[in-house]
Design a protein around this ligand. Sequence first.
Ligand code: GAR
Length: 241
Amino acid sequence: MAKKINVGTLISGGGTNLQAIIDACLNNSIDANILFTGSDNPGVKGLDRAKKANIDTFVVDYSQIIGSCKNKGIKETDLPEDFNLDEIQSKQQLVDTTASKEQAAFFLKTRAIAERKFLDIILAYDIDLFVLAGFMRVLTPYFIDKINTEPGKYKIMNIHPALLPSFPGTDGYGDTFSYGCKIGGCTVHFIDYGEDTGPIIGQKTFEIEDTDTLDDIKKKGLVKEWELYPQCIQKFADSLI
Ligand code: GAR
């Protein structure tokens, strides 16, 4: 059997993609082991799925962190020691260009505070590949640069519920439906400094009937996602990408 790669996962919700990857690992259809599942959201079903498979779990509660920063403000000592706003600002392509300087700084600082908490746990593991499986937070260059340490080598994968580069953002299937597309799809791609802009690893499509509801599209899409994600992880394990 080929050497197995170590995978770390991040989720925000129900974790059906996580389950598909857990199942693929357990039945040896991919050469991978999941070492941990982290969530930005406490109490989600995906964490139970991981625990059931004896995977380490942890939570960094983003809403709590952002809420507390809104109420109390951000002190210099709240920020990671090596946080450099100018550097992160110059690299990031996440913040809306219409946002004020203060809004952009608040966004990047609060995310870096949360990301540091993830990093303090994550970096203790020896991980080959980070897999975002329904993780609904963007990652800033503060986090990405601590994971992608080898030039030109991407180590963070994401699944997006649309055929990128169409419909990036938070509601891929919703946008596909509203636009009246006749073909929908899902995309696995690497994470770079933009929102859903990194190199594409794999895509799958499905037909949309005139009678399909948004719910039908989500159901069709998820079935494709559960096939696609394990395949893309295996591609990485085979060093084909
Ligand atoms: C999936 O449809 C995934 O593509 C999407 O969230 C859902 C998570 O479902 N991800 C994103 O929109 C990322 N921006 P799951 O928790 O059942 O795997």
